[in-house]
Design a protein around this ligand. Structure first.
Ligand code: COA
Length: 336
């Protein structure tokens, strides 16, 4: 699915927020649990530490502060939100949806609320969908939360996965504006690659022995897929939006592995200073990854009106997705 946002209605991000649980797990701590080392993890992934939710924290708990921050920045009350999408693969439970739970906590009484799942690309899918709802006039204030508590579905004895992931959430508010805002989207999926990254036993498909009950991944295949689509998806969204790599001011890639980010930036020709990287501090937070990185870019002053921001995600499905946005001065681009 691809398209430029070339209709008369402009839609932008007016509020941005993020939250990561307090508990930090360093590589050295992981090395006490599984056979690994700080050196291996840093060299192969760039990750130094990650945040892990407390036992008492489910997805809605870590999403709430992020959502509140996004609303505060936009100057919007919870009751004025008319659409709430939570992008995730680790909802509080299958139903009720985490978005319905969160809508209640925020006081978004009459908002349409549902969860959306597209692996680590869920947030990109959700902002494209929210954009469509606002552009079509169905929604005026759409809140999109991207977050995951992947620590709950990891096998803590499997060194090939525990070192990669962490917990976190981010949120954006989308509203119509006069000019600027989203310029285009490109989203896709390849179900044939689904076997490379899956959570067997988490749904209606029966597996022998109930499935692994853990996230399962073929790291090398996902790596190959990621390095390919991070480039092709970015190129596609730039082309459909009539922009070039030289126009990009801020590049916000999915934070899975610094080697994947470096490869994509190099292939695309995006200089290092334009690339947002926080995978060293959070690991791969799945649906939380891009909004957490966006919030970091906001905090360090990079999201200024008129700046062109490219976001590209990829993940289970296998899925990928890019969005291009011209930042606007509604909201100030820094967490409140
Ligand atoms: C997982 C990943 C970091 C592995 O890095 P890699 O360079 O491909 O490493 P390999 O899988 O080739 O493993 C190299 C060796 O390190 C070992 N190894 C794997 N995990 C290890 C760990 N945590 N600590 C130490 N050694 C480890 C392997 O067993 C292998 O040993 P061997 O050569 O004796 O067989 C990398 O493939 C990756 O990032 N893939 C993408 C994952 C991803 O982004 N998933 C989420 C998508 S949203």
């Amino acid at each position: 699915m691809i398209g430029d946002a070339g209709n008369d209605v402009h839609v932008t991000i007016t509020g941005l927020g993020a939250y990561a649980p307090e508990r930090v797990i360093t590589n050295d701590e992981l090395a006490q649990m599984v056979e690994t080392s700080d050196d291996w993890i840093v060299e192969r992934t760039g990750i130094r530490e990650r945040r892990i939710a407390a036992d008492s924290q489910a997805l809605s708990d870590i999403s709430l502060p992020a959502a509140q921050q996004a609303l505060a920045q936009a100057g919007i009350d919870g009751k004025d939100v008319d659409l709430l999408i939570v992008a995730t693969v680790t909802p509080d439970m299958m139903f009720p949806s985490t978005s319905a739970i969160l809508a209640d906590l925020l006081g978004a009484k009459d908002a349409a609320a549902y969860d959306l799942s597209a692996g680590c690309t869920s947030f990109m899918y959700a902002i494209a969908q929210a954009y469509g709802m606002v552009a079509a006039g169905l929604s005026r204030r759409a809140l999109v939360v991207g977050g995951d508590v992947l620590s709950r579905i990891l096998d803590w004895t499997d060194r090939s996965t525990v070192v990669l992931f962490g917990d976190g959430a981010g949120a954006v508010l989308l509203e119509p504006v006069e000019k600027g805002g989203f310029l285009g989207f490109e989203l896709g999926a390849d179900g044939a690659g689904g076997k490379e990254l899956l959570f067997p036993g988490s749904g209606s498909r029966l597996f022998e022995n109930g499935g692994s009950r853990f996230l399962t991944m073929n790291g090398r295949e996902v790596f190959k897929f990621a390095t390919r689509v991070m480039v092709t998806s970015a190129e596609a969204v730039l082309e459909v939006s009539g922009k070039t790599v030289a126009d990009i001011d801020v590049y916000v890639p999915h934070q899975a592995n610094v080697r994947i980010i470096d490869h994509a930036a190099r292939k695309l020709g995006i200089p290092e200073e334009k690339v947002v990287v926080n995978v060293d501090r959070y690991g791969n937070t799945s649906s939380g990854s891009i909004p957490l990185a966006l919030a970091d870019a906001g905090s360090d002053g990079r999201l200024k009106p008129g700046k062109l921001v490219l976001m590209t995600g990829m993940g289970a499905g296998l899925t990928w997705g890019s969005a291009l946005i011209e930042w606007t001065d509604e909201g100030n681009g820094a967490p409140a």
